[in-house]
Write a protein that binds this ligand. Structure first.
Ligand code: BT5
Length: 263
């Protein structure tokens, strides 16, 4: 069932984010709807939500499984005055906000570089950041968040195929039904908070906060990127959000984007 914008407006205490909310029963992808709105001048903080998606997107042409009635699919327009190469930083900002919003529901959540949020090593949420630039600077960024909320074990088996083996939901983790309206409000407020912190204080405090919520710090990982694979100890992310892996030969490799698993 479509989530009513009015029920969100009633609770939202944010200043800029969520002042304008477009809510749908079904769309292809909330990121695509937000992109259209941004091209037509929608302001920063505009939010798009949908009860379901027919073409939910992950990174690298992957799919985000988006059944109706149970989860959250939300995209937010950002218009930061930053250089285009800094746009991926919004993934870090949003992942912290997402992990906090989940923790506010009473369960521990950890970030998996670059864009996943995990509970008990299972994926509960993912972030997709898409930037449109204008002359080397950011014109706008769409941050899309998919969060599994009320799916049960059985729903996962029915809807997700083999993804069920690596996924979880907030309900599965907490053992209780979660109110999606409350969770969306919580998420929008956390996003505004962490984004403001980034704009006011810059990257270092965000990097520090991010690392405190990272599940892989000092753990041995296998990283896959650009068709390459390396194994080493995940020692942190740098100022640009690049993952730093210390290889067995002592050299530190910096990875801009890729996939990482614990080994
Ligand atoms: C992501 O990509 O994790 C980013 C997902 C962003 C989804 C949101 S929903 C609102 C907005 N509108 C969109 O169209 N997208 C955004 P990636 O790291 O590439 O992970 C994709 C992988 O996660 C898939 O290949 C599956 O293995 C797994 N996956 C797919 N659906 C899932 C789900 N519902 N829960 C957990 N894992 C899932």
């Amino acid at each position: 069932m479509k989530i009513r914008s009015e029920s969100l407006f009633k609770q939202l205490k944010s200043e800029k984010f969520g002042k304008s909310i477009y809510s749908f029963e079904e769309v292809g992808s909330t990121n695509e709807v937000a992109h259209e709105l941004a091209i037509n001048g929608a302001p920063e903080g505009t939010v798009v939500i949908s009860d379901s998606q027919t073409r939910g997107k992950g990174r690298l042409e992957r799919k985000w499984i988006s059944p109706s009635g149970k989860n959250i699919y939300i995209s937010i327009i950002f218009r930061p005055a930053i250089e285009a190469r800094d746009a991926p930083f919004l993934t870090l900002v949003s992942s912290i906000a997402l992990a906090e919003a989940i923790r506010n529901e009473g369960t521990d959540a950890f970030i998996k570089w670059p864009n996943d949020v995990l509970i008990d090593d299972r994926k509960v949420a993912g972030v997709l950041t898409e930037m449109t630039e204008k002359g080397g600077s950011v014109d706008f960024v769409i941050v899309g968040l998919g969060v599994n909320i009320n799916m049960t074990d059985q729903d996962m088996d029915e809807e997700m195929g083999e993804v069920a083996e690596i996924a979880t939901s907030l309900r599965m983790a907490t053992g209780r039904e979660i109110n999606r309206v409350n969770m969306i409000v919580n998420l929008i407020e956390e996003i505004e908070h962490w984004y403001n912190k980034y704009l006011e204080k810059g990257k270092p405090p965000i990097v520090k906060e991010w690392m405190g919520r990272w599940g892989a710090i000092n753990r041995r990982v296998l990283a896959k990127f650009n068709g390459e694979e390396i194994v080493g100890v995940a020692i942190g992310i740098n100022e640009n959000g690049y993952l730093m892996i210390k290889k067995d030969d002592g050299n530190v490799e910096r990875i801009i984007t890729g996939d990482v698993i614990l080994v």
